[in-house]
Design a protein around this ligand. Structure first.
Ligand code: PGA
Length: 219
């Protein structure tokens, strides 16, 4: 059985109250699996409460953030450094297409990855196709074709596998290639069945405890 990574990207959703309600519902339906690591990435304002809930209830879930600053520290109003994030989180999503659409460049992304690693955060680098630059020593990639995100039109598992193989051929250090884009409890297994897909990055379907649990169960 291969090791899987299932990552929830809550994006700009949920207040603390809503996040705790999600976790209470999720705890009731979640069946941890030996080979599956589950990561929840709330917005930074929820991270501390989510971490406290997970630890106090002994939930087998890791915490991630959705971005970190390209700067290490200093006079950068509104930014959150990798070191600050690492007090709460173990993982960080970097280079999501929604951030690239706001102007984030490959150079900024490379600096974010460097900062994440030096703060001992594990970066999950989002790429849109096989040509997106991948910083050296990146171990987790999420292949997320733009047209599949939030549209209900996922890529085909066969194409996702083809891209995963190309990415791995070009980058020897990669341990996990995840697929992201309109993943649901109904389609997740088709992606996981592909030999080179080792998990999923889930947006919309991770916002509801029952649908996120069903993705974990069916993966
Ligand atoms: P989606 O988003 O599951 O809502 O398509 C995925 C993502 O943006 O990571």
């Amino acid at each position: 059985m291969k090791n899987l990574l299932i990552v929830a990207n809550w994006k700009e959703n949920k207040t603390v109250t809503e996040a705790i309600k999600f976790l209470e519902d999720f705890k009731a339906s979640y069946e941890p699996r030996e080979n599956v690591t589950v990561v929840i990435c709330p917005s930074v304002l929820e991270v501390s409460e989510v971490k406290n809930f997970i630890e106090s209830r002994n939930l087998k879930v890791e915490v991630g953030v959705q971005d970190v600053s390209e700067y290490k520290e200093g006079a950068h109003t509104g930014e959150i450094s990798a070191t600050q994030a690492a007090e709460f989180a173990k993982y960080v999503i970097i280079g999501h297409s929604e951030r690239r659409a706001l102007g984030e460049t490959d150079d900024e992304i490379a600096r974010k990855i460097t900062n994440a690693k030096s703060a001992r955060l594990i970066p999950i680098l989002c790429v849109q196709n096989e040509d997106t630059p991948i910083a050296e020593n990146t171990q987790i990639i999420a292949y997320e074709p733009i047209g599949a995100i939030g549209t209900g039109n996922p890529d085909t598992p066969k194409n996702a596998e083809r891209i995963a193989v190309l990415i791995k051929e070009k980058n020897a250090n990669i341990k996990y290639v995840l697929y992201g884009g309109s993943v649901t409890g109904e389609n997740v297994q088709n992606f996981i069945n592909m030999p080179n897909i080792s998990g999923v990055l889930v947006g919309g379907a991770s916002l509801n405890a029952a649908s996120f649990s069903s993705i974990i169960k069916n993966a």
